[in-house]
Design a protein around this ligand. Sequence first.
Ligand SMILES: [Zn+2]
Length: 237
Amino acid sequence: MPGVPVEERDRKPRVPPLPTVVRARERPDRPPVCTVCRGPAWWNGWRVVFPVVATLLAGVFERWELPLPKAKCSQCRHGFTCYPAGIYPRRQYQLDVVAWATAPVALGGTSAAETARATRAGATSVRRWVSWIAALAEPRDVVALAARIDPDSPAGTGLSSVAAAPGARRAAAAAVIVALEHLGAALVRGGLRLTMRSGLGRVLGWQHQAHGEAVLLTRPPSRLSPAMALWREAALA
Ligand SMILES: [Zn+2]
């Protein structure tokens, strides 16, 4: 490349950055009611975030420039951000991306560096996600919840025979991933409209939709609550 100093050429990353897709500003005419006091709210500007999302093609990811509408309550002055379906709050790497990057590592056969390269996350991030998933839920509880939601579901079958990669942490993560896939599938069969496609994305996305709870990577995970099953039964009754 003539005219470009050698050092600059060498500094070029070997993996090109993800394409950035600029998303349009979209919001309904009126914001939803306040998340704290259920009072009326008004639109209060935008916040731009840059999530990494999974596309419909397996293993293909995009970075979005996504404007999120902000609202403010006219009663209690609480400010809140509205997320479109399928976008999980306060996460750069969206849950389907995390699921895609961690499942092959936890279940064996792929290194963290390999899946990290495809998602442009660091291998350290992928290992941290594996630990996070391992501590996220008790597989037995998740499977029991799936069986309550969908009694015909084959939940639980195969859980004890999950072929995990060597290591206690990976084995624990593998069992959680398989259990979440069961629960995610049961939720969809039960009629919930969930945009995310991984078990992790569906279950946490549902928890957020139903309870407004977001599980943060930077804090110890809040356990999946059995109250969710009660909510589900009440909603279907
Ligand atoms: Zn309010």
